[in-house]
Unconditional design. Structure first.
Length: 168
């Protein structure tokens, strides 16, 4: 989303995970569209809620306007793949302390942006990784995105090794 938004001259904003957090941020900054990593589209001109039909309508409208096939339209967007991993912890693990250490380790690295809006998300120039504690089980979710599935998984697993090293 960041790459597409910035390519078109817009400003990208991040929020904590969850529809209410996304819509709150959208209202705060006057966003024209938003959503979540699960593909949920939020389009304020319709309403402030995830709406699959609105997303489908926007997609079909774009196809019609551009006179393209879906496969042709897809080629106009950056190619990324996502990997989802998890780190199992014990119930007494101080997850917040671990995430703070990860943040501190990366916040002064050149060409890397770190935010702690919801866990720790590390944006590299061509990939990102997000570590977020679960509210229901003693785990850290490790989501990563890169140009290929292999690269995304490798980045996620590298970050898992960083966390394992911090637990020693």
């Amino acid at each position: 989303m960041r790459d597409v938004t910035e390519r078109h001259g817009g400003t990208y904003y991040a929020s904590a995970v969850g529809e209410v957090n996304v819509t709150t941020k959208m209202k705060e900054v006057g966003a024209v569209i938003g959503g979540e990593g699960n593909g949920g589209v939020i389009y304020p001109e319709s309403h402030y809620g995830r709406d699959a039909l609105v997303g489908i309508g926007l997609f079909l409208s774009s196809l019609a306007r551009k006179g393209m096939k879906a496969s042709e339209l897809r080629k106009t967007f950056p190619q990324y793949s996502m990997a989802k991993n998890r780190i199992d912890l014990t119930p007494d693990t101080d997850v917040d302390a671990i995430l703070m250490k990860v943040k501190e380790q990366y916040e002064h690295v050149d060409n890397v942006q770190v935010n702690d809006i919801d866990g720790v998300k590390i944006d590299f120039p061509d990939a990102w990784v997000h570590l977020r504690k679960s509210n229901t089980e003693p785990i850290i979710r490790v989501y990563s995105e890169a140009a290929t599935a292999e690269m995304a998984d490798k980045l996620g697993r590298q970050m898992m090794q960083v966390v394992y090293g911090l637990q020693r």
